[in-house]
Design a protein around this ligand. Structure first.
Ligand SMILES: [Ca+2]
Ligand SMILES: [Ca+2]
Length: 433
């Protein structure tokens, strides 16, 4: 199986000990994860799926991160996602949920507290209460890090109805003077101590404020097979939340769009100012499912029911031509698309959303049932030594030909100090304990 990541890029270059080796700082880079099984190059997702079905666990163990693996005729890796799931059988879902012990059921906070203190009432204004309950987290149709499907029991909480907008983020910056990481000179803050990456340096041309953008490609000749996804993902000096496509762009006509180019510490700083916090990965998926287990999407299993696009993603030939059948080539104003059953917009598509959790691909194997907090540390076998946080929901860059991160079980990881032009966040508030 393969795992394709959406976004980011080249920031750093190795110095002593790594001379000549490009070091990719983050991130949501569009390339196969290490657990990817080796599949033959194929022209169609279906053909690749067939090749992938025959992959063995030994294949997975031997897989590399060579971006040339399983590419289509454009040199672009193709995702593999099965279109049927055992979780579509209510009996399978019930069996998994029955693993939740009775004492956890008894402890669950389900209903919204009444008589909220004034400050809590103010902080949760405009948010929606997500009723506590039991759900199945993960999936059985995508990359291995979505497995196994497992039960979670989540206490109720409030969640932002939309991604945090430019207008909201500006209020925070105006009130605090906060400067986001992409607005500062890069620092090597996301290196795990003792990882062997301690002596890398930032390549001079990238040692300026900036962030990660996708370039407009015009033809397949623009794709350099040796660079893979880095043919289009580039570090752009001067790109930041106020300049989403670089110094010549602005957000003047995008105040209701999601803020982008925020790193994980930037998102956390906003949350703390607002008296909120980032959702755990489990809270995020629980909320995205809207009370319906086993679905591919927040609304069901058909991506375009009645031919209607219900999310802002990429249509057309990735990464050459986005036909924007959904109406948007980059971000859409939040809540343009219909909400899920909990009243949440854009839980699929628009921008990726940071979660609180460190990323570890096998966390679900041992994660607790009741309010799983995420692992204690980060480990991404694709880029060991780089501190990664979870991102969820996919973005306007996701396509069925490449990054299928818009599925509700899809997991993503980003180097925590890196922003990107398709990555934002939303906040939650938990009731008093
Ligand atoms: Ca779109
Ligand atoms: Ca989103």
């Amino acid at each position: 199986m393969k795992h394709f990541l959406p976004a980011i890029a080249v920031l750093l270059v190795a110095a002593a000990g790594f001379t000549g080796v490009l070091f990719y700082s983050n991130t949501t880079a569009d390339r196969p994860a290490p657990e990817v099984a080796r599949a033959e190059p194929a022209d169609t997702p279906a053909a690749t799926a067939e090749a992938d079905e025959s992959a063995t666990s030994e294949d997975s163990a031997a897989a590399t991160i060579d971006p040339a693996i399983a590419c289509n005729a454009l040199g672009v890796p193709i995702p593999v996602v099965r279109d049927t799931s055992a979780l579509h059988d209510p009996a399978v879902v019930k069996k998994i949920k029955n693993k939740v012990p009775g004492d956890v059921h008894r402890k669950l906070v389900k209903e919204q507290p009444t008589d909220l203190p004034a400050d809590l009432k103010q902080r949760t204004e405009g948010m929606v209460w997500i009723p506590g309950g039991v759900a199945v987290m993960g999936g059985d149709t995508g990359p291995p890090d979505e497995e196994p499907p497992h039960p979670i029991a989540i206490d109720g909480f409030w969640m932002d109805v939309t991604e945090v907008t430019n207008r909201q983020f500006k209020e925070f910056v105006d009130a605090t003077g906060y400067v986001t990481l992409p607005e500062r000179k890069p620092e090597l803050r996301s290196i795990q101590p003792g990882s062997g990456l301690d002596n890398i340096a930032i390549q001079e041309e990238f040692n300026v404020p900036g962030s990660i953008c996708s370039l407009q490609l015009n033809s397949r000749e623009d794709i350099d097979p040796s660079k893979g996804a880095y043919s289009w993902w580039q570090y752009m000096p001067g790109a930041d939340w106020k300049h989403p496509e670089g110094p010549d762009s602005s957000i003047d006509d995008r105040m209701d769009h999601p803020v982008v180019h925020v790193s994980w510490p930037d998102a956390k700083a906003y949350c703390e100012w607002a008296g909120k916090q980032l959702p755990t990965e489990a809270q995020w998926e629980y909320a995205a499912r809207g009370g319906m287990d086993g679905n591919f999407y927040p609304w069901g299993n058909i991506r375009t029911p009645d031919g209607e696009w219900k999310q802002n993603i990429w249509q057309g030939t990735f990464p050459i031509e986005d036909t924007a059948e959904d109406g948007f080539k980059t971000t859409a104003p939040v809540a343009t698309f219909p909400p899920n059953a909990f009243g949440l917009h854009d839980m699929s598509g628009n921008v990726w959303e940071w979660c609180a959790d460190y990323y570890q691909p096998d966390y679900y194997v041992t994660s607790p049932i009741h309010n799983p907090p995420g692992p204690d540390s980060s480990f991404d076998p694709q880029e060991p030594g780089i501190i990664k946080r979870v991102q969820r929901g996919g973005s306007f860059m996701c396509s069925d030909q490449y990054c299928i991160g818009y599925r509700v079980s899809a997991r993503m990881k980003g180097e925590e100090d890196t922003g990107a032009f398709h990555t934002g966040f939303r906040c939650v508030v938990e009731p008093p304990k």
